[in-house]
Design a binder for this molecule. Structure first.
Ligand SMILES: Nc1nc2c(ncn2[C@@H]2O[C@H](COP(=O)(O)OP(=O)(O)OP(=O)(O)O)[C@@H](O)[C@H]2O)c(=O)[nH]1
Length: 227
């Protein structure tokens, strides 16, 4: 059985623990208890293969982030989480991603970008396009808007990063004959948005948008997207 370590990164309070607990245990808590470090295990079948996951839910608040470098070193796949209600939380991910690429010494690391709390339409300050733009800047890293609260796209985001690891593993396997590379599933529309494109192994071309993180517009939209 394959053993994959996933690391959930992001600013404090964006919902890293909530997404993780929703994925692993299928529950959601309204209360906020800042994480120091939590680790979860879950067995899951993806594309007919069973994998054992170790998911590291990391600290977001500054005083608990000393161990971050070690977590990143040991991780195989990364979930970079911001909140659609917090503009700074997306900006923080720019530095975090740089840190991941530097520590892994690669520009091609299994990763998804997650805009959480998409159920909070009245508090939303970041639009789906803001997430899409960052995903484009990052070389079309798959982007999902999620809600840990109502369980939107949580499983999809985790499965995506697992699949990315599986694809890399198959491609670097010495016995790789191209038959062992898992096929990506057909695209499905989650019914929440018209913006539903895959940007996984063979991303479709998208128009370039030069908007920088500095001018993220305060937009209010109430849709959750999966890109
Ligand atoms: N409405 C809504 N609230 C959420 C969602 N996800 C998390 N929350 C709430 O946001 C607060 C923070 O969630 P956590 O999961 O603890 O955030 P975190 O990123 O793990 O925080 P740190 O451990 O400090 O890094 C909690 O009160 C959650 O209930 C969501 O999808 N929708």
């Amino acid at each position: 059985m394959r053993d994959y370590k996933l690391v959930v990164l992001g600013a404090g309070g964006v919902g890293k623990s909530s997404i993780t607990v929703q994925f692993v245990q299928g529950v959601y808590f309204e209360s906020y208890d800042p994480t120091i470090e939590d680790s979860y295990r879950k067995q899951i079948e993806v594309d007919g293969k069973t994998v054992e996951l170790e998911i590291l839910d990391t600290a977001g608040v500054a005083q608990f982030t000393a161990m971050r470098e070690l977590y990143i070193k040991s991780g195989r796949g990364f979930l970079l989480v911001y909140s659609v209600t917090d503009e700074n939380s997306l900006k923080e991910l720019l530095t975090l991603r740089e840190q991941v690429l530097r520590i892994k010494d690669s520009t091609n690391v299994p990763m998804v970008l997650i805009g959480n709390k998409c159920d909070l339409s009245n508090e939303r300050v970041l639009s789906p396009e803001d997430g899409i733009n960052v995903s484009q800047q990052w070389g079309k890293v798959p982007f999902y808007e999620t809600s840990a609260r109502v369980k939107t796209n949580v499983e999809e985001a985790f499965t995506d990063v697992i699949r990315q690891i599986m694809i890399r593993e198959a491609m670097t396997s010495p016995t790789n004959d191209n038959h062992s590379i898992p096929a990506l599933p057909p695209l499905k529309n989650n019914g929440n948005s018209g913006t539903n494109q895959a940007s996984r192994a063979n991303p479709p071309a998208r128009p370039q948008n030069k908007k920088s993180m500095g001018n993220l517009k305060q937009k209010k939209k109430n849709k959750c997207v999966i890109l």
